[in-house]
Design a protein. Sequence first.
Lengths: 632, 234
Amino acid sequence: MEESAGVSRIAITSAGLDLDGELLPLISGAVHYWRHDPGEWEQILDSIISLSFRVIDTYVPWQVHEVERGRYDFTGRLDVVRFLHLAQDRGLYVTVRPGPAQGAELPTHGYPRRVTERPECQALRCNGLPYVLPSATHFFSVPSYASSAFLEEVDGWYEAAIPRLSAMQYPAGPVIACQVDNEMGYFFQAHPYALDYHPETLAQYRDFVSRRHGSDGETEPPRDGNDEPESRRLDWMAFREEHLRISLRRLAEKLRKHGMDRVPLYHNDYARTDTPMDQAGLEASGGLDWAGLDAYTSRRGSRWLAGVARHLSASSRMPMMPEIGAGWLALPWLLPASASPEDQELVAMTPLLLGVRGLSFYMLVERDRWYASPIDRHGNHRPQFAPFFRRLHDFLAASRLHHLRRQPEVLLLQNRAEARRIGARVTLGGLVPAFPAMMPFDSRMCDLPDPRREEARRWESGFAEAVTAAGLDHGHGTTSSTPALDQYKVIAVPVLEMLDRTAFYALAAAAEKGATVVFGPGTPSLDECLAPLPAAPWATVVGDPAEFSSWLPSPAFVCRDADVEVVRWTGEDRELLGVLHHGEARKTVEVHLASERSATCLWPDSAQSRATSRLLSLDLMPFSAQVWELHQ
Amino acid sequence: MIAPDIVIEDLEPDGFAWLCRLASARQRRAGRWAWVLHRGGDVASAWGCDLDQARQALERGDTWAAAETLVAADELDRVVLLDLDQTKALEIALHGRAQAPLTQDQLFSALTQEFWSSPAVVTAPVPPRDQWSTLAREVASIGDGVVVLAVYSDDVVRASLVFTVVAGRLVHISSLDALTLDLALRGWQSHEQLEQALRQRLGATQVLTCDASDLEAAFIADDLASALLALFGR
């Protein structure tokens, strides 16, 4: 087949990329070519292949390639095309990340300093002052993604870099996907009034308000959680989500314009499932093919990771963590964290068993400002880290996990309308630092007193606890872009007063098809714009989250242990049982099966098997995962 | 102190992870702090202490006395009163400090000093000393050269860091593993030979050796900056 501009031979499936009919799961790892001696590139790539990886990932950093304004270096250590050819020669596929943001422990996050120093490019706080962010080793004023001056600068970078990369798109080259920007979500700042008040962002806001309300209305944005009326604050919160969609769509269009038009485009944000992040909303906006979440934690954070994975797998058409920790950054004065081989198993298995299909291990190859990767910066395996990755690939091949499906019957929906309302009730946006190390300032004191904050939190966690206590796997989504609801028997939404209008009608339709829709403690009476909603006689209202358990279906496998999660995978006439142990004590648990089955262990020890029984007794090591295949 | 283009590479994973565990344990060890937001003495909100108690303490109009009263009442480690009527000036002052050519640690130091000295902020007890600038002075006083930190546990090197300082700035951090020294030198019994080998390899080298438990205690007692200061023995 002859490829032509804009014609892709890559299809996106829920399990990975389909390359000319072959499913390629995106199990990948990061390697930064410019941080290594080019003479060692081949050894490094061979070392990656020997761990059974088929895909690698790399930033292509603007800050590093731009030698001076308008002059770029793509030679020697910066010869990314040669690096891509070497990968292709070895049968490796590559995802590329040309920014403009990279992070990547670079001094100005990947942007050339001259760009961050241009006042017209800078994002502004609610007080009109630039927003300063510490990078790994320095600090800089972050850019505004609405600034036309900044976008022109990005265009110059894309014009220099993208034609080189686009010539290497599949099938002519190894590039199979391109990431648009990096963790764009307001530079890790959750405070909605901290940024961005750039004049061109405010123009976008006014346009948004005009479209949302059909008139100019109140166009001055709120700058504090005390600013009235409340509708202004709600508009601002919704706009902040829209601003990310607009910004990413603009960048995606630029990438396509410069030739990156035969591979999927995706984005990664840091692991926040609340406003302003909305993976399904980003995907639905049309600018991107999929939106992932990055996650870094130790094994002790596996419960948190499980929550992120649940959300992602229910919200994205191709659930992926474009960065999942393999090692950690070597900046002990800023963000010290230990990285050990014991962390790796649960950190990798948790998202996989909860439905995340793609993982890119960051960093697969160690480099400057990073430690504890499975491959050192010269291409040698680190014996305490590397074997796990080979075992992981062996497991994925033997289990055929990417050909099976996990289908939870219960869905918890985070109520975005309420979350925006509560999130808007904060103050001190002009003062809140970008990073705790910057000065003694506890960001919790930004929260204005609001009893709804605690009540909403109690209900959301109450529903989740009831599901977990029942031993049920469940999905997690958000009401701002409700996932497909057909597979769920029970859908629970914590409601105080508000609910997104589209979610309201999607839930009504699901109820009509037989799903049980549960609200609590209140019923929705207002939509996201404070307009009245009709009554919802099709929904059940529970007064106490603990009562929710009486509405839950029976689990396929019963294992009632607060530290243990059990999930079911089916397909190809096979059935797998995945077990995640989040506790620090070794324990034996019993899993009750619906009928007598024999079982073979697929992870971690494929030599184990169990005789036919209705009871599967499992010896679980601390912070560990097991996968069993059940047989009739 | 921290050069923006600092190179940190070839860290021995187990030892560095151990050092990071110490540092993060210290960061997590939050003291009992309370924060009170007010407008000229009229309390808007309180975090870490009782709202009514904060209102009562500020009723008398003396914010310094109020902070001390609140510290004593709940045996808190620190109380911070922030006057919302004066935060605008603080915001401008902070922005004024966040300018090149500061290094990252100098930025943190400048912002912290600006915060504590702002008329918007009243705190009790007196603000903690600025560890960043103290440490930067110590690093600058070393002069250009290499500093090796070897932490011993059970008679062997548990963790090591090799720092290179140029013009008072840290420009390179690595670990002993990167030097591919004879492993036999890693035993405590051989630490003098280790120092000798390092000096032969690296030239003028300041070698700091300490016991892992001592370093751990220094971290827990104070913070990263002070723990390192203790190692310099100054």
